[in-house]
Design a protein around this ligand. Sequence first.
Ligand code: AMP
Length: 190
Amino acid sequence: MILVLLGPPGVGKGTQASRAAASQGWHHLSTGEILRSEVEQGTPLGEEARAYMDRGDLVPDKVMVEMVVRRIEDVADNEVLLLDGFPRTLAQAESLAEAAPGGVIAGALYFWAPDSVLEARLLVRGREDDTAEILRHRLSVFRETTVPLVSWYEKQGVLFEVDADRSIEEVEEDVTQVVMSLLHPSNSAH
Ligand code: AMP
């Protein structure tokens, strides 16, 4: 079962994906983390991706789709995979739908919080691409290119909104509940 986590930089998708994966035994794949490790190791892929990442631009779809499709093939039907940071474009979402088992994405969790909260969280995190200027650019890339996926998934009836302007524990509870309700539909309240 594949779920995608959507949301602006700093909203806490990565934190939530790692926590849920650790506590529930789910799989978790962060494209940003994979790219950063490729950059660190100086691989050809890392070299190619670096310039885009430094500017806060998206790495080309072809590179990203290959990276993810290869990895989702290893996930068994009865396992949960949380995709953190992918898809970020409509082309990526379409390729993911084609590659997903049965062509199905079980859910898209859209994390949102006010810009002031995102900025405050990112400046504390202090990653190389978290400077105020690059951050502004990443936010605009998110709004222009990734936000359209919210209505795309909504039309498919798989969108779940998560108010991420709350404590890590409260958000985690929501995330767990959504995934559980998808895993065990008959047990859910409605
Ligand atoms: P993240 O850790 O998700 O904020 O990603 C860090 C950077 O990696 C982004 O600013 C992009 O340059 C690149 N990146 C991560 N995921 C994707 C993706 N799905 N498509 C394109 N670029 C990505």
